[in-house]
Design a protein around this ligand. Structure first.
Ligand code: SAH
Length: 192
């Protein structure tokens, strides 16, 4: 699928309701998601036999992007049932990320809570991914966060930054009452 079509398809998904600030619901925009996924394909990490798990999936934009880019199967793990919608070809696991088995996966993709509202909210996501049998892990996180690559290294993974960009935080967050605020993000690729 061409980049422009992927971006359009992802932009047209039902939007993330972003109602629960305590869950740190910072939704990825379609254009950025498409650029990131194109980069993942470029790396050779996403092929027709690839089983993808999207942790903290929100409306599923990242996992569905992987499906449209050719993944074999996609599991979307999300705690907030309000995010869930029917989408052919994906499965949902609704509940805390800790309910994911951590198996049957080739590629983990995630934009988890960053731990801004609740300290270390991202920790179970990172630990689960880095202890899974995945061949690659793709993580979108705040650009200033140094703990993901540090933890990855400790657990035997090598990291590189595939993409950098700015991310719009919605106005409904406590510390952004003035309106949309932007923050810098990095997309990491981890392999063993
Ligand atoms: N991946 C989506 C959403 C990112 S926001 C995107 O990039 O657009 C982070 C998501 O993680 C939110 O949808 C939030 O509801 C979910 N989340 C937060 N804590 C969670 C937990 N403990 N278990 C599962 N999902 C969680």
């Amino acid at each position: 699928m061409r980049l422009r079509h992927l971006a359009m398809a992802l932009s047209n998904l039902p939007p993330h309701p972003q109602r629960d600030a305590s869950l740190e619901q910072y939704a990825t925009e379609g254009d950025f998601a498409a650029r990131w996924i194109a980069e993942i394909v470029e790396q050779g990490d996403l092929e027709t036999e690839t089983r993808v798990v999207d942790l903290g999936a929100g409306n599923g934009i990242l996992g569905i992007g992987c499906l449209l880019a050719g993944a074999d199967s996609v599991l979307l793990v999300e705690q907030d049932p309000q995010c869930v919608h029917e989408y052919e070809g994906v499965e949902w696991l609704i509940g805390d990320v800790k309910g994911w088995s951590g198996t049957d996966v080739d590629l983990v993709i995630m934009n988890p809570p960053w731990g801004f509202q609740k300290a270390k909210a991202d920790r179970p996501f990172l630990e689960l991914a880095f202890s899974s049998p995945a061949k690659s892990i793709h993580l979108l996180h705040s650009a200033g966060a140094t703990h993901p690559p540090a933890l990855a290294k400790e657990l035997g993974w090598r990291g590189e930054v595939l993409l950098e960009g700015t991310f719009r935080l919605p106005a409904n967050f406590e510390h952004h009452k003035q309106g949309i605020a932007e923050t810098a993000v990095k997309c990491w690729r981890f392999v063993r």
